[in-house]
Design a protein around this ligand. Structure first.
Ligand code: LIP
Length: 279
């Protein structure tokens, strides 16, 4: 049987390449920084331009499909996941990196049907690494198959997470306490590359063993979640329960054992949901 979403995936790879080219060109010039929810929530004209480019290109080919895009949501569009074929887009995942020219900047696109992720594309455009994954067909980087490390012992893991200032002192303290608890296991180390999608691809390709995060969004997770699971990784909620794309939290790991062990060391804090208040 032919794959009903093959054409969509091929188009996705093409549009991600075009978007990456625009981002690389923008890095050659001045970058004007604007702010969204806070002084550390950055956005640039390139984020907005790249999202428009991606959405208009996909809409022209697949006019009946739905979209959830980071910058469209920031401008007031809804972010409810329905059963429709839906493109979940982060035009620049790692905007802070982009602003500072720190070299992990990606275009992340996940595609869902009936709320299931069918494929994901993450283009780490400064490294020129195109990660792709189609459900049931494996994960690839520049066409070469990738797989997770398979590590099962948390104390032998290189762990990724992201660190950002939180205005709520309790959330901030919990984030720092979690960091301290993981470091004290001890694990081999903790790294913060600055792009959630790249983080998942690093675990998917065995360069890191686990990644945890509370407070990101579905557009940060959708593309990378496909790559991670197709590379043999495990993705769960921060509690260790089932992963929920709209929950704003995840553990992505090289094995179920590492995911469970990490969950047992983490304290949760309230982050809201993408499909309700988003707070
Ligand atoms: C970013 C993430 C990054 C995280 C930030 C933010 P953006 O996405 O990928 O890892 O630390 O909180 O969500 O805003 O650059 O698309």
């Amino acid at each position: 049987m032919t794959d009903p979403w093959q054409e969509c995936m091929e188009h996705c790879v093409e549009v991600a390449k075009q978007a990456g080219k625009v981002i690389r060109e923008a890095l050659q010039g001045d970058i004007a920084v604007m702010h969204k929810s806070s002084q550390v929530d950055l956005v640039t004209e390139t984020d907005q331009r790249v999202e428009q480019l991606i959405i208009s290109s996909i809409k022209a080919k697949f006019p009946a499909h739905s979209f959830i895009g980071e910058e469209s949501v920031a401008a007031g569009a809804p972010s409810a996941l329905t059963d429709d074929p839906t493109w979940i887009i982060d035009p620049i995942d790692g905007t802070t990196n982009f602003v500072h020219r720190f070299p992990f900047v990606s275009v992340s696109i996940g595609f869902t049907v009936k709320k299931e992720i069918e494929f994901g594309v993450v283009y780490s455009c400064i490294e020129d690494k195109m990660y792709t994954a189609r459900r049931g067909k494996g994960a690839f980087c520049n066409g070469v198959p990738i797989k997770v490390s398979g590590q099962e012992d948390l104390s032998r893991c290189l762990v990724l997470t992201e660190l950002g200032f939180k205005e709520d002192p309790q959330r901030f303290d919990t984030m720092m306490a979690n960091l301290r608890r993981i470091l004290a296991i001890p694990v081999h180390g903790i790294r913060s590359p600055g792009s959630a999608a790249v983080n998942m691809c690093l675990v998917a390709s065995g360069s890191a063993d686990a990644y945890y995060h509370q407070g990101i969004h579905c557009w940060d997770m959708a593309g990378g979640a496909a790559v991670l699971t197709e590379a043999g990784g495990v993705i769960v909620d921060i509690s260790g329960g089932p992963f929920d794309l709209m929950s704003r939290r995840l553990i992505a790991a090289s094995s179920g054992a590492v995911a469970r062990s990490l969950a047992s060391h983490l304290t949760q804090f309230h982050v809201g949901r993408d499909d309700t208040d988003g707070s």
